[in-house]
Design a protein around this ligand. Structure first.
Ligand code: SF4
Length: 366
């Protein structure tokens, strides 16, 4: 499993002293082929004094000012792995810089592990006190809620990636880590019709479980791949729409289907059976293309009049096959137009939505 950053942005490693931010940062930088920088080392080399000496000569506030200044200047560059000082999380202004320029990853350690690693290290200014172990506990308990504000992006290349990512989430739950997590998958070698399928099952299954705070997929050459000839894929892709917008629509669809975020119309289609009186996928797609921006409106597309009305659940409108090329329109459970020709049925449905004051002009979903 890979924990990756926002493409070219910085990864800020945060955590208590002795958490291994410098060691992990160097390894991560090598693996991701990125520049590594250690905030404390930069401050020491620019001031010509150790952190410990800056603390003892000028006090903690002075050091924190320097730290914020250096963080800001380091963050002007992107694509770096930045090991921060243990106290960088104390200032809101530092969070704003880190969140703007990248992501934060918290390296969690228990007080005992920290103590074993640093008990003989005299360069830690905050621990030059009478009872250093108690000080570790005191500082950690104050800082843990701040460290846990870090966000994570998890990506997997495992064939059973969804199971692996789910295991990762279980680990977070077990350890009581509440950091926001973005679920990421790479579908660069996958035809787009399969991307829709895999992204829905890979990301959707985790979201349905209540895991994840964001989704992110990467896809290459969306429009040029062979399967874009497929009719449903063609109909999904609006002309002149950028690749980014197509991916956004797909992801908004997954968020909506999992009830994670409602941003558009809700569709309830019957499963289709021998009674279905039209091509269910084609018809649903046709209705979706003209009505998908009606946030919160529920439209049922049902294949027949026999069971359709019973299967519509709590839909606001029903589009139900009632004969060959015949559609019956419902408002809730009430029939509004019976047996109208299917050629004008979508227009009639839109008219009905307009009559109810539920119509909006088409916005762009960014
Ligand atoms: S609504 Fe009609 S066509 Fe659709 S699954 Fe039910 S019985 Fe079949």
């Amino acid at each position: 499993m890979v924990i990756e950053n926002k493409i070219s942005k910085n990864i800020y490693l945060i955590g208590f002293m002795g958490a291994g931010k410098t060691s992990v940062g160097k390894i991560l930088a090598k693996k991701l082929r990125r520049k590594f920088c250690d905030l404390d080392e930069i401050i020491e080399s620019e001031c010509g004094k150790t952190v410990s000496r800056i603390f003892s000569e000028h006090g903690e506030d002075f050091f924190r000012d320097l730290e914020s200044m250096k963080l800001r200047s380091v963050s002007k560059n992107s694509g770096q792995i930045v090991a921060t000082g243990g106290g960088v999380v104390l200032r809101q202004v530092n969070w704003e810089v880190m969140e703007r320029a990248g992501i934060t990853v918290y390296l969690k350690t228990s007080p005992d592990v920290v103590w074993n690693r640093i008990k003989n290290d005299t360069s830690r200014p905050l621990l030059q006190v009478e009872k250093p172990f108690e000080k570790v506990n005191e500082l950690l308990s104050k800082r843990i809620p701040l460290y846990e504000k870090a966000d994570l992006i998890i990506e997997t290349e495992n064939q059973n990636g969804m199971a692996e990512q789910r295991r990762f989430f279980f680990g977070l739950v077990e350890h009581g880590i509440k950091a926001p997590v973005i679920i990421k998958r790479n579908y660069s070698d996958t035809p787009f019709d399969e991307v829709r399928l895999y992204a829905s099952t890979d990301l959707g299954a985790l979201l349905v479980d209540g895991f994840g705070d964001g989704v992110w997929i990467t896809v290459e050459d969306l429009k040029t791949n062979e399967s874009s000839k497929n009719i449903y894929i063609k109909s999904f892709i609006n002309q002149n729409e950028s690749e980014q917008k197509i991916i956004n629509r797909l992801l908004f669809g997954i968020l909506q289907a999992t009830r994670t975020r409602i941003s558009k119309t809700e569709y309830i289609a019957c499963p289709s059976c021998g009674r279905t009186l039209f091509d269910l996928q084609e018809t649903t797609e046709m209705i979706r293309k003209r009505t998908e921006h009606l946030k919160g409106v529920k439209i049922a597309v049902m294949g027949c009049i026999v069971n359709g009305p019973g299967e519509m659940a709590d839909a606001d409108y029903g589009y139900v096959g009632s004969g060959v090329d015949k559609i019956t329109l419902y408002r809730g459970k009430e029939i509004i137009k019976r047996n109208i020709p299917s050629s004008g049925a979508v227009d009639a449905l839109i008219e009905l939505i307009k009559e109810d004051g539920n119509w909006l002009n088409y916005p762009q979903i960014e």
